[in-house]
Ligand binder design. Structure first.
Ligand code: NAD
Length: 475
């Protein structure tokens, strides 16, 4: 993998941006690299290249397409070391977490090869045979966020290419570099124009969602932006998949082993500095064990090493960017102004980087912004509950519906409670377990459409039914 310059990949060539933009290391607040800032003409070039590559790529047998996607996985794995260091530098996450993301991206490419596009026989009679296949859409525009820049782009790239589409990928302007490098690796694997990467500022996303040459937008990001994407894509009825925000709840029942569960609950909320769409963002703990869990979480938090993710032993990095840092601080200050009590944290760390300490708010009211809003940072409300029906009602009282978890030794009760939650994924005694084979979807304002599994693959195709009348009767 070439080091220095960061280039876009358009039509099989490395292309410098019409402009440049700074990329900042969130651990020290300093710009350390320049990324290409694409012009509208450069986006047009990428879309044109993808359109030109589509006819041949869509006719390439699916097994060959899968083999190339799998080779991309090998290339990512072979470049794990430089990619993970780069990811830590631009995103802020500890190296071990960056390794998980890059390794996971490689695995996702390989797992894609195991997914099959179904072919359905609807009728096979003396008169007629009717078969439905799932054919590609054309050019996919993939728009990714900054919390897991590589793997969330891969979640789109793998099914889009396997289903026979070509793609233009746009990473977040906060974290473009590792995705640009993955694009560079892809150029020696795919025919020119099949896999393009463009990076740029705030205009690039809207240019993509309104581009007449793009047939589908697959977007991961905030609910507010998702609504704009849907509105813009509606103009020419582009297909869309939207993976949006969440406000996942954990329900902690009184029969858990508190000592054992505390570290698990901690990481459910604070992994990746709380910047996970399916992080636990509200934690409801039964009255009988609330004080024990509260003390356990606060003690655990005090031992966790917060710092520059590139340093050995660091477990939690900074918030990824200044905008998000200010948002999370505002939420924290709001809680202070409401005289809410902090079990731990609550004061920003003095640093040039965007560091916020683990902050746990002690039983705030249900309508406090720290409960109702997605913090997307290391701030967690811990809430008491007494009655299961009541907690299910409180958990469901949100417009989000991404994930949720139940912690108990009674697995049957957990299943029954889980089925009552209005969200796309329910975990019992764990969180954030995601696989390439299970559909991942948001209910309500957490999303539109599905990623992963065969259902996710089908989002990149459209059914085509061919109905053949076997014999024509002579009049
Ligand atoms: P964001 O919505 O600000 O940005 C996401 C992407 O959209 C970026 O690439 C951005 O440049 C682009 N964009 C911005 N405005 C656009 C517009 N008008 N049209 C088209 N594209 C536009 O989100 P973010 O702050 O990068 O990510 C954090 C959010 O993403 C959180 O809400 C989080 O929960 C959510 N998220 C969801 C999932 C999921 O799978 N459901 C996964 C990760 C993150």
């Amino acid at each position: 993998m070439a080091e220095a310059a960061y280039m876009m990949s358009i039509g099989g060539r490395s292309v410098a941006g019409a402009g440049e933009m700074d990329v900042v290391n969130p651990a020290d607040g300093r710009a350390f690299a320049k990324a290409p800032d694409a012009s509208r003409e450069q986006l047009d070039m990428a879309v044109d290249a993808a359109r030109k590559a589509f006819p041949q790529w869509s006719q390439t047998p699916i097994e060959e397409r899968k083999a190339l996607v799998s080779r991309l996985g090998d290339a990512i794995q072979d470049n794990l070391e430089p990619l993970k260091r780069l990811l830590t530098r631009e995103q802020g996450k500890p190296l071990a977490d960056a390794e998980w993301e890059i390794g996971g991206s490689a695995q996702w490419c390989q797992a894609g090869a195991m997914l099959e596009l179904p072919i359905e026989t609807n009728e096979d009679s003396d008169e007629r045979i009717s078969i439905t296949r799932h054919v590609p859409l054309g050019v996919v525009g993939a728009i990714a966020p900054w919390n897991f820049p590589v793997i969330l782009a891969i979640w789109k790239i793998v099914p889009a290419l396997i289903a026979g589409n070509t793609i233009v990928v746009k990473p977040s302007p906060f974290t473009p570099l590792s995705t640009l490098k993955v694009g560079e690796l892809a150029q020696s694997i795919f025919p020119p124009g099949v896999f393009n990467v463009v990076s740029g500022g705030d205009n690039l996303g809207p240019w993509m969602t309104s581009h007449p040459g793009i047939d589908k937008i697959s977007f991961t990001g905030s609910t507010a932006t998702g609504k704009k994407v849907m509105e813009s894509a509606s103009k020419d009825l582009k297909r869309i998949t939207l993976e949006l925000g969440g406000n996942d709840a954990a329900i902690v029942m009184p029969d858990v082993d508190v000592e054992q569960v505390v570290p698990e609950l901690f990481w459910a909320a604070f992994k990746n500095t709380g910047q996970i769409c399916v992080a636990t963002k509200r934690m409801y703990v039964h009255n009988a064990i609330y004080d024990q869990v509260a003390d356990g979480l606060a003690d655990y938090a005090r031992q966790v090493a917060v710092g520059d993710g590139a340093q050995q032993g660091v477990q939690l990095g900074p918030v990824q960017n200044k905008l998000q840092y200010d948002r999370v601080l505002r939420l924290m200050d709001g809680a202070k102004a409401e005289n809410l009590r902090f079990l731990v944290g609550g004061e920003p760390i003095k640093s040039d980087g965007y560091f916020i300490p683990v902050t746990i708010v002690d039983n705030p009211p249900d309508d406090a912004p720290v409960v109702t809003e997605e913090a997307f940072g290391p701030v967690l409300p811990l809430l008491r509950f007494e009655d299961v029906d009541d907690v299910v009602r409180r958990v469901n009282a949100t417009s989000y519906g991404l994930g949720g978890s139940i912690w108990t030794s009674d697995l049957e009760a957990a299943r029954r409670i889980g089925e009552r939650l209005r969200c796309g994924t329910v975990w019992v005694n764990e969180t954030q377990y995601l696989t390439p084979f299970a559909p991942f979807a948001g209910h309500g304002q957490s999303g539109f459409g599905v990623e992963n599994g065969v259902s996710g693959l089908l989002e990149y195709a459209v059914p085509q039914t061919v109905s053949i009348r076997k014999k024509m009767s002579v009049a």
